[in-house]
Design a protein around this ligand. Sequence first.
Ligand code: MD3
Ligand code: FE
Length: 204
Amino acid sequence: SVDIVPGCRYWPGWLDRAAQEALAEELRQILIEAPLFTPLMPRTAKPFSVRMSNCGPLGWVSDVTGYRYQPTHPDTGRPWPPFPSALTRAWDALAGVALAPEACLINWYAPTARMGLHQDRDEEEFSAPVLSLSLGDTALFRIGGTARKDPTRSLRLASGDALLLAGPARLAFHGIDRIYPGTSTLLKQPGRINLTLRRVHAAP
Ligand code: MD3
Ligand code: FE
């Protein structure tokens, strides 16, 4: 793996093409059970350009009342589907912690979607890392430090790439500046899926 900033490790091509195809097919089934929803910014109710779903015991949601993790889909009220085994295997291989993940946020980027610079701080356990897997079109990812004004560096995340955010990178500002449509043939439409595996609660 490659170190991007302290605590941020990168494995280009961690999933081979066959593993990407198998995971993409599992995600199609998951998104039938737990359809993509459009998160809204708290207070302003402005929609995110990224659409989302989740799998695992908990899922991240955002609506006009705030950000939170919950065990059910905000539109259907049903529990989130279980993790595909490929995700728990990736966590066991790369996360380097005994704590099991509790949530996997599924982000869907249409070619024009973006995610502004933000920190992930809705979890109570920051000692556990976040593991990201990318599928489909390449994205321009940006990561800085723990202050918004800190300098940033950019990295292209391609289909099959894995990124681990641990230690000082766990609370780093980060975002997605753009998608490069037509850079992958994995998905049946232009766009990108990012999966982030997370521990939400402190160790029992
Ligand atoms: C750095 N997702 O879901 S993945 C997110 O590509 C998110 O969809 C982006 O930011 C995406 O919150 C970036 C890489 C990533 C994920 C989580 C992080 C970087 C991170 C958490 C802390 C620090
Ligand atoms: Fe994030």
